[in-house]
Design a binder for this molecule. Sequence first.
Ligand SMILES: [Zn+2]
Length: 337
Amino acid sequence: MGVMTTGDKIRRTWPWILGGLAIAIVVMLIPTYLHSQRVAPDTNMILNKLTPEEERVIVHKGTEAPFTGKYDNFYQTGTYVCKQCGAPLFKSHDKFDAGCGWPSFDDAIPGAVIRTPDPDGQRVEITCAKCGAHLGHVFTGEGFTPKDTRYCVNSISMNFIPVAKKVTTETAYFAGGCFWGVEYFLKKAPGVVSARVGYMGGTLKNPTYEEVSDHGTGHAETVEVDFDPTRTTYEDVAKLFFDIHDPTELNRQGPDVGDQYRSAIFYTSDAQKQTAEKLIGILKAKGLKVVTQVVPAGHFWVAETYHQDYYQRTGGEPYCHVYTDRFSDQSQKTPAR
Ligand SMILES: [Zn+2]
């Protein structure tokens, strides 16, 4: 090996300098990467990005000011989850008002919260079992509730997921002439969630409007009504049905003639059948020769799109249906709307 010149030295050193620079850049970027991804170092769990104040409490074990948190005076039904990782921590039915200024629970979701005595031995810290987020402290022996425990939690450490309010609807089917008009009135009734027009009571599967109009399929133009039984009753909806068509006309309704325009109630339960028969009895007692059929519901064939919401879309008014109060002078109890 000969004598090394200055030029040789530089040539041999350059790769080392470049390599060192590359390593330095990577090392500098690691914290940026960790911060942007918020990956928990021991579990590789991806965490939600935190605001500086959230980070002060959740990461650096700070405490929010009392009576300032979002969930201090908050009692909706649902689940409180970890702000940092989303793990469910507390249920709303374990929440109580301790008057301390922080959300208080007398129980946690099993396994969701870890208790660790503070180094000073004074208090017991609570953290999220999944990601280690600081939640607050737990106290016992205060006698607030029979469980004698108070999980004192920073609102800022949690998110609240409300229980979705489930609306269980009941379905009813009415036929009373041109389905445009029946749908128009029933859809506007209080407690009615939705209404669709279609065909029921015939034999042909998936009939078209033209096939039903040509007769022979046996279908009646029918309106399917979904209503919320906590806001109205089948009886109220059925009364409205009798009020918006003429139940004494046989196989016609005003200018519309044919069995597809017959008056019919297709019931989906015995209770609906009894209510329908009761209402018909009331009308007959008033001298009305009601011809409305009361028959079990069959398959509801949804009508063509251009028949749905006809008056709503075209802006017209029903030509064949008008509202007539047929029940009001009865002494029977009218449920509150
Ligand atoms: Zn967590």
